[in-house]
Structure formats: structure tokens, C-alpha cells
Design a protein around this ligand. Structure first.
Ligand code: SF4
Ligand SMILES: [Zn+2]
Length: 133
């Protein structure tokens, strides 16, 4: 790559800002997709729904996706359960925890790729937290 092009796409830290921004947005999309799948699975099994969520689960999905859209830690975080701030209001926090408890272990069978990625990211986060302490 010639120097001019190189300087155009890198910032002073040597990172490629465009690419970083994309990966944060990709991560945000992945998180939103995972949360939707987990709520859908929960609603199917617990509330007997088929194609559409029940009103309560729909409200939870909209709320959770909205939180992801506004999350200031997207670049570094893995899961909301590890978050020190926890931006969910208590009622929604309780609901999403219930969904995670139920759907987390079942995701391996329903959406294996998503579930495996989840495990890899958890391990990465755990290592990072161990390094910090
Ligand atoms: S709980 Fe924390 S990590 Fe999750 S969306 Fe809110 S601020 Fe972000
Ligand atoms: Zn439901």
C-alpha cells in the first residue's frame, strides 16, 4: 500500500477507523440478533407462540434492542450480565435474566454457530478480566 493511501485510512494510533467502526456495528447487530433469537425461543417454549412474540416478549425485545443501540461499551463488552452500569430498568433486567437462564443453554441446539461464538466471546472476556485484576 502506498504512503498516501495508507495515511488516508489510518488514524494516528495506526488503527483503521473505518474498519473498527464496522466491527463495532457488526458486533451490535450480532448482539441484537442473539437477543431476539433468545427471546423468540423463550416465548415459543414458555408462552406457546409460533411466528410472533406475545406482547410482553415483544416489549422486552424492543427494549433490549434499544439498549444495545445506545450501549456505550459496545466496543469492549461481551455481555450485559458483566456490566457494572447495567442500564436496564429493574423489571426488564429481571425479565431478560429469566430469558437468558432459559434460552442460554438451549441455544446450542437451536442456533449452534451463534451459541459457539457466545462461548468464545465469554472466554475472551474472562481472560481479559483476569488480566485486569
Ligand atoms: S447493561 Fe451495560 S453493557 Fe448492556 S446495554 Fe446497558 S450499558 Fe450496555
Ligand atoms: Zn412471550
Amino acid at each position: 500500500m502506498d504512503k498516501v493511501t495508507d495515511n488516508m485510512i489510518k488514524d494516528n494510533s495506526g488503527k483503521m477507523p473505518g474498519r473498527d467502526r464496522n466491527s463495532v456495528e457488526d458486533k451490535r447487530q450480532r448482539e441484537k440478533e442473539t437477543v431476539s433469537q433468545m427471546i423468540a425461543l423463550y416465548c415459543r417454549k414458555k408462552h406457546g407462540t409460533k411466528k410472533q412474540l406475545c406482547p410482553d416478549c415483544l416489549a422486552l425485545e424492543v427494549y433490549a434492542r434499544n439498549r444495545s443501540d445506545r450501549c456505550p461499551f459496545m466496543e469492549t463488552k461481551t455481555f450485559c450480565s458483566n456490566c457494572k452500569v447495567h442500564c436496564y430498568k429493574p423489571e426488564m433486567r429481571e425479565k431478560i435474566r429469566e430469558v437468558m437462564r432459559f434460552s442460554g443453554p438451549r441455544m446450542l441446539f437451536v442456533h449452534p454457530v451463534m451459541a459457539i461464538r457466545h462461548v468464545i466471546e465469554s472466554k475472551r472476556e474472562k481472560r481479559r478480566m483476569e488480566k485486569k485484576s
